[in-house]
Design a protein around this ligand. Structure first.
Ligand code: SF4
Length: 94
């Protein structure tokens, strides 16, 4: 658990211990999550390929993927899979 002072408030942020070993900590989150504006298909594929390359050598890939499935994370690359691939994985594992 991490506590951050934000103005008059104290925010409590849950951080799983595996996240300390995450390879993506060394990269911008822009690589793992889509921009707020429109992203062309080719741009998305390029960005996701780079993110998945980082995930491929991540020591906590399985923990990351499990957590994304558990919380039904709707965005981004987690555990080397994008949101569509994670949904597909869940459907076929049932
Ligand atoms: S698997 Fe990818 S998204 Fe998950 S912690 Fe590792 S580098 Fe980050």
């Amino acid at each position: 658990m991490l506590f951050i002072k934000y103005g008059f408030y104290m925010l409590e942020i849950k951080i799983s211990s595996w996240q300390y070993d995450a390879m993506c900590r060394q990269h911008s989150s822009n690589l793992f999550f889509p921009p707020a504006t429109f992203e062309k298909k080719e741009e998305r594929e390029k960005r996701e390929a780079k993110a998945k390359a980082v995930c491929s050598s991540c020591p906590v890939k399985l923990e990351c993927l499990e957590e994304a499935k558990e919380i039904a994370e709707p965005f981004g690359i987690w555990g080397g899979l994008n949101e569509v691939e994670r949904k597909r994985d869940l459907v076929f594992s049932e």
